[in-house]
Ligand binder design. Structure first.
Ligand code: FA5
Ligand code: MG
Length: 563
């Protein structure tokens, strides 16, 4: 591992690589939402557009089936209730006026559906929105169009298929993703809107975009993980210039595109921060450039991507330092690049920031897969994309110690933030914690996959020793990645029960013991649940009741034997 080196040094080395290239040759359902829920936030440019495609017509649904009658009922029911059950035993949900009938794939729980529609990113005095605005100030008009996508229900196609997720990717599993029905999910990442955003770019003048949205993942419970969080996605593309005359060759046009990328790179300021960059080349076996891409052009795009994100990090951390958040004093801001894997970019990277003694992953990024651009009608463009966790940045910016606080409706939290201001959060309380253990035998048929064998909270926190990160959730260490294995015990199922029963009163859940009885072959697990309210002291009776409810659901739903 190389020692810390400054960004300036790294850039100098990389720029040398860039210019050395010289004259290399170039190698060759259910109805969609009734109205667009996608809004552009910048003051200029074209208006809103819909990221959704074809709407199954009502006429194509057989109106005589109980399903279609129930669907009509759901659609038209005047009651302001999210989940509705019919006399036929059908149940379904209305999300932002769109009706869905649950099927055997549905697994979105009421506690999650309750959080849909809060639109924290649209409240100007909320830390999520303040952070969003800060990011947008770096990726701004006229280069970038700033969007928000308010409807979190997307098709499986948009969330996974068009992005090239393999069929067995763990992120697709019902243990990791909230399915509304077999063809719709609560989006697990803002990349679900990539295809629509690229199509939009094809018809509009901006060469880049940002999209801000709430995203949903069945995940661990701790202070930096919540099943709903916010992401921002960004992209920048370079188009092939128009031919200068009839005779101009494609090669020459591509050379001009490459020169434009270089001049855009040169125009970016050099931020002041320390960069740990063990990546010697943007083209290697484990993280290759795409077959149809020119190595030197790809190199320039990676440089532009990395520099743009380093500028963002420098801006965010300087703001936090200036506000005296996190006691970082005069220490230089340190970031580290690591190689990653995403099905929709290659090469791919993650960026980590050194914060209070550890590396914290804040984003994933890479060179957009050409097939995705081609599918959106942009075959003559090339470029990069990134996806950032807003809470991760906001926690650093404001010194917010627990991710649950973002959802607080308590005025003691909300009144501390003002649009455009970065300031250190003043904790208003520390109510006592109460932990309780639950130990149980798994049924004999459960798979032997150990929930403890990987990091219990591995979707995005801390550093990855292998340097290869999962995309958009999904942790292969926790269970088999088979959406049909619904009865097998998965750690995320346990997390979901706790979340459903205790909601934001569960602060942290971790596996504290695991062993196999040699005689019976049965496995025993013991989880510790920390109950703590951010707003009041919990009574003993209250916690006991919650814990009993967790146990009961565990027995009912997973046929475990409590020890
Ligand atoms: C993605 O979601 C990719 N869509 C990012 C991307 C976009 C890559 C475009 C390439 C091109 P990932 O699963 O690593 O990647 O999540 C991105 C970021 O979201 C993480 O770096 C982290 O900051 C944040 N994040 C992930 N899981 C959580 C969680 N449970 N709670 C809070 N933040 C999270
Ligand atoms: Mg990640």
């Amino acid at each position: 591992m190389r020692l810390f080196i400054t960004g300036v040094f790294v850039r100098a080395a990389r720029n040398a690589r860039l210019t050395r290239g010289g004259s290399q040759s170039i190698p060759a359902s259910i109805p969609a939402p009734p109205r667009a829920r996608w809004a552009s936030t910048s003051t200029t440019g074209s208006g809103p557009f819909s990221p959704y495609r074809s709407k199954p017509s009502k006429a194509s649904v057989d109106a005589t089936t109980p399903e279609s009658r129930f669907l009509d009922h759901l659609q038209n029911d005047a009651e302001d209730k999210k989940i509705v059950t019919s006399a036929d035993g059908l149940s379904g949900v209305r999300i932002l006026n769109q009706a869905f009938v649950f099927d055997e794939t549905s697994n979105a729980s009421p506690s999650i559906l309750d959080l849909v529609g809060r639109e924290l990113y649209n409240n100007p005095n909320h830390p999520i929105c303040i952070t969003r605005r800060l990011i947008e100030s770096v990726f701004n008009h006229p280069t970038y169009k700033n969007h928000v996508a308010t409807n979190p229900v997307v098709t499986v196609k948009d969330n996974f298929d068009v992005l090239g997720f393999p069929k067995d990717h763990p992120g697709r599993s019902r243990t990791d993703t909230y399915y509304i029905d077999s063809t719709h999910v609560l989006r697990t990442h803002t990349s679900a809107h990539q295809h629509a955003a690229f199509e939009y770019m094809g018809k509009n003048p901006e060469v880049g975009y940002t999209i801000c949205a709430d995203v949903y993942r069945r995940d661990s419970i701790d202070r930096s993980h919540f099943p709903v969080f916010h992401q921002m996605e960004g992209a920048h593309l370079w188009a092939m210039p128009e031919p200068l005359n009839e005779k101009e060759l494609r090669y020459s046009r591509q050379e001009r595109r490459y020169n434009k990328i270089l001049s855009d790179l040169k125009a970016l300021p050099q931020p002041k921060l320390m960069v740990v960059d063990p990546i010697q080349s943007h083209n290697n076996e484990t993280n290759p450039i795409q077959v149809n891409h020119d190595p030197k052009e790809c190199e320039a795009i990676c440089e532009h991507l990395q520099r743009s994100l380093e500028i963002l990090v420098a801006k965010v951390f300087t703001a936090a330092k200036d506000a005296g958040v996190g006691n970082v004093g005069d220490d230089p801001i340190k970031v580290r690049w690591i190689e990653a894997y995403f099905p929709f970019t290659s090469p791919s990277y993650e960026l980590e920031v050194w914060w209070q003694g550890e590396w914290l992953e804040i984003l994933g990024c890479g060179v957009t897969q050409q097939s995705i651009l081609n599918n959106a009608g942009l075959s003559d463009r090339i470029g990069w994309a990134w996806g950032i966790g807003i809470e991760r940045l906001a926690m650093l910016l404001f010194g917010i110690p627990d991710i649950r606080l973002f959802w607080s409706k308590d005025d003691r939290f909300l009144s501390q933030f003002k649009a455009g201001e970065i300031r250190s959060f003043a904790p208003f309380s520390k109510y006592p914690t109460c932990y309780k253990d639950v130990a149980f035998w798994l049924p004999k048929t459960s798979p032997s996959a150990s929930p403890i064998s990987g990091s219990p909270s591995s979707s995005g926190s801390g550093s990855s020793s292998t340097g290869v990160a999962a995309a958009a959730g999904g942790d292969a260490t926790k269970s088999p990645a088979d959406a049909n294995l619904s009865t097998a015990f998965h750690e995320n199922d346990f997390m979901e029960i706790v979340r459903d029963v205790a909601g934001p009163l569960a602060e942290d859940v971790r596996l504290v013991d695991e062993y196999v009885n040699r005689k019976t072959g049965r496995k025993s697990l013991c989880y510790r649940i920390n109950y703590r309210s951010l707003e009041r002291t919990l009574t003993n009776e209250e916690v006991n009741k919650l814990h009993e409810d967790v146990k009961k659901r565990l027995v009912d739903e997973f046929e475990v034997t409590i020890r």
